[in-house]
Design a protein around this ligand. Structure first.
Ligand code: B12
Length: 208
């Protein structure tokens, strides 16, 4: 196998080159799923660099944007059956909190890793998480939270999903997640690192 120029371009955060290569590959007859595979490989590299502290949030956000633009081109061309369907993750920022940049990165990474993501947006009420998890039969509900003042509603959201009897696992994320918050929340998983979402999803869906 030669170098994967597209994976290198996204890891290098070269937006123009990524979009040009996506077009070039489509013109050349590549399947959208193969192209997405290259994008995923590049994104995984960006995630690693972020964890090592070599990339910062700004790079992760930019990478998310590039992925979003590429997916906008590729998604309409994905034939139904061609999609590698791993299952659905429900996600939202908890009620009382309207920060969404971190959540949007998580959405992008999960989509990049092949999951369908139902993004409920911000200020999401407990019932909404439950209702959507029921409709989509999702085994994983992810919640984002940045505000200390939203801790109480976050706990209500977690409890609502846990008590719904649906059996979905709950992942909470945001910069203030630590052992104490985890204990308080009653969630199954928690992390302050966006890329953990795909690792946790792999665990949950692998076991499902
Ligand atoms: C941008 C911003 C805003 C923007 C939000 C725009 C938007 N569309 O999101 C605006 C201006 C609207 C805003 C409003 C407010 N904000 Co503000 N805001 C910030 C700021 C500067 C950056 C947050 C951000 O987006 N970071 C970048 C993203 C990428 O990082 P992230 O969210 O942490 O996400 C990462 C991880 O946490 C993780 N992650 C996040 N979610 C999830 C989910 C899962 C499942 C997983 C696995 C991981 C994960 O992955 C991401 C990538 O690593 C922070 C300060 C700071 N430096 O953090 C304050 C901050 C969060 N805001 C704060 C406050 C107080 C407010 C306001 C109450 C201000 C006010 N008095 O009105 C309002 C709240 C409104 C509301 N009801 O929510 C405080 C919160 C303090 C606290 N702990 O409670 C902060 C910390 C500022 C401060 N130092 O005081 N804010």
């Amino acid at each position: 196998m030669g170098r994967d120029e597209l994976a290198e371009a996204i890891a290098g955060l070269d937006q123009g080159r990524v979009l040009a290569l996506v077009e070039e590959r489509l013109q050349g007859g590549s399947k959208p799923m193969e192209i997405i595979g290259s994008l995923q490989a590049g994104m995984a590299r960006v995630g690693d660099l972020f964890e090592k502290g070599e990339f910062f949030l700004s790079e992760l956000i930019l990478c998310g944007e590039i992925m979003k633009e590429s997916m906008a081109v590729l998604e309409p061309r994905l034939a139904e059956g061609e999609r590698e369907y791993r299952g659905t993750v429900v996600i939202g920022t908890v009620k009382g909190d309207i920060h969404d940049l971190g959540k949007n990165i998580v959405v992008m990474l999960l989509k990049g890793a092949g999951y369908d993501v139902v993004d409920l947006g911000v200020d999401v009420a407990p019932e909404k998480f439950v209702e959507t998890a029921r409709e989509t039969k999702s085994p994983l509900v992810a919640m984002s939270m940045l505000l200390t003042s939203a801790m109480g509603t976050m706990k209500e959201c977690v409890r609502a999903v846990k008590e719904s009897g649906l059996g979905a696992k709950v992942l909470i994320g945001g910069p203030i997640i630590d052992d104490k918050v985890m204990e308080f929340s009653g969630a199954d998983y928690g992390s302050a690192i966006a890329s953990d979402a795909t690792k946790i999803a792999a665990q949950v869906f692998g076991a499902a």
